[in-house]
Design a protein around this ligand. Structure first.
Ligand code: GDP
Length: 454
């Protein structure tokens, strides 16, 4: 882990042209470094915390580098919990670089990715789940995802985990008291109180895990595959959904030879939408490769949109496409509803279906509503999602299985040593979510996902 006695610096705003660009410093010497280069426009004896001061940044030779607003945030009331300084300059790549260089040349160390947030964590201002909420807030691709991330940053998940930990610690203390007095048996009524309390914890964890899939979809996006034989309108559907012509739409069967992947938000659900080569009996090796890839994509898709042309009789290639995705969550998209429609025969008539016209846009609303109903539920249901990160899920599963072992042992062989082992394991797993017991290698991995300056 990094030492926090050094002062670090990094641009806090993205590189590029903008109204304002911010250089941020954190650490014990932040204010001293600011004073070295900043000349306020009116006399300042002591910088008041959290107050903006107007002035100029000067190079060591006295040359004016930029006109800025500067602020000092006194520890511990800052993002990192340390003394923090921000210099709000003009948002140009060159000028920001020169401001940064002033500090670097003076010996301030360039912050590594995520180091400001890492310090906030090490200084106990936020816990690990909250720190992960910070990246999720920055990366979220839909309103619902950013609300979910904000709740995590606010500590909704952390508070739940702490409630569980408190209960577990209470139970552990009780069990451990009996280890010290091996001759005394744990009295059944006392043990059953512990069992009762931890059964509730186990149920609550199971409830949180049950909503994980919705959380994951909001956080990571839904992996949707558009599948169907050539010419049913897959590319047109993708384009209609995107509202822009990215895939080439043509009348020649099988032109979408490779896959096209797009990101969009539909009905509040962030999607990775993949348009595959049409599924067909292909003699052409390029087509055959596309079909093989479609099958492969099916295996990992959260949802397959199987597109057929509703204006003509189903074709045996439609059946091939259905076969490729039959075991996946599937929605039949009956396209070309602007033309006279054929009645759907079996097995298509048994599938959940939505009629659309990629050409006129009719039905696309229903399609997006259906996707959001199926995968993320109502706004109220979203409010109850607390676990959306695979790392958290994995830790909660471990906690759950340790609790299962504990509960099973209480009914057969309540040896306090063994019971305590299970509880410690459950506590260890929960502590990894909030960071108390997370191995350093995992911490490094988490913070390296941040950008420099966060
Ligand atoms: P793909 O091979 O499945 O990707 O199909 P395309 O998107 O290239 O469309 C094949 C043909 O069907 C093109 O001529 C499209 O203009 C036409 N098409 C696609 N969607 C519709 C629709 O909803 N209605 C009508 N009438 N034609 C459509």
């Amino acid at each position: 882990m990094q030492l926090t006695d050094q002062t670090i610096v990094a641009p806090a705003t993205a590189a590029g042209e903008g109204g304002v660009g911010i250089i941020r410093l954190s650490g014990p010497e932040s204010l001293a470094f600011l004073r070295r280069f900043f000349t306020p426009s009116s006399q300042v004896d002591t910088f008041r915390s959290h107050q903006l001061y107007h002035g100029h940044m000067h190079a060591a030779d006295g040359e004016v580098v930029d006109e800025v607003l500067a602020v000092h945030m006194h520890a511990p009331r800052s993002y990192t919990g340390e003394d923090v300084v921000e210099v709000h300059g003009h948002g140009g790549i060159l000028i920001q670089r020169r401001l940064l260089d002033l500090f670097l040349d003076a010996g301030v160390r360039l912050a590594s990715p995520g180091e400001f947030t890492l310090r906030a964590f090490l200084n106990g201002r936020i816990d690990l789940a909250q720190a992960e909420g910070v990246i999720d807030v920055i990366r979220s691709r839909s309103d619902a995802a950013s609300r979910l991330a904000m709740r995590q940053l606010d500590g909704v998940l952390s508070r739940r985990i702490h409630e569980f930990r408190d209960r577990l610690l209470e139970s552990l203390a009780f069990i451990e008291a009996h280890i010290d007095f091996p001759d005394e048996e744990i009295e059944p009524p006392h043990l059953s109180r512990v069992v009762e309390s931890l059964t509730v914890v186990r149920q609550d964890i199971a409830g949180m895990l049950a909503r994980f899939d919705q959380g994951r979809v909001l956080r990571e996006g839904l992996h949707v595959l558009i599948l169907g034989r050539p010419n049913v309108g897959k590319s047109s559907l993708l384009n209609a959904l995107l509202g822009e012509a990215r895939a080439i739409v043509t009348e020649i069967p099988g032109t979408t030879r490779d896959t096209i992947e797009e990101s969009l938000v539909l009905g509040g659900v962030p999607l990775r939408l993949i348009d595959t080569a049409g599924v067909r009996d292909a003699a052409d090796p390029v087509e055959a490769e596309g079909v093989r890839r479609s099958r492969e994509y099916c295996a990992t898709a959260d949802l397959v949109l199987l597109v057929i042309d509703g204006s003509c009789e189903p074709h045996h290639e439609d059946l091939l496409a259905l076969e490729a995705c039959a075991d996946r969550p599937l929605l039949l998209v009956v396209n070309k509803s602007d033309r006279p429609q054929q009645t759907l025969p079996l097995p298509f008539s048994n599938l959940p279906a939505i009629a659309v016209s990629a050409k006129t846009g009719v039905g696309l609303d229903f399609l997006s509503q259906e996707i959001s109903r199926k995968f993320i539920g109502s706004g109220e249901a979203q409010e109850s999602i607390q676990v959306s990160d695979r790392r958290h899920r994995e830790a909660m599963l471990r906690c759950q299985s340790a609790l299962d072992n504990f509960l099973a042992a209480t009914s057969s062989n309540p040896s306090p040593e063994f019971l305590a082992l299970d509880l410690r394991e459950a506590l260890q797993a929960l502590g990894e979510i909030t960071g108390e017991t997370t191995p350093d290698a995992i911490l490094d991995q988490i913070f390296s996902r941040f950008c420099v300056g966060k």
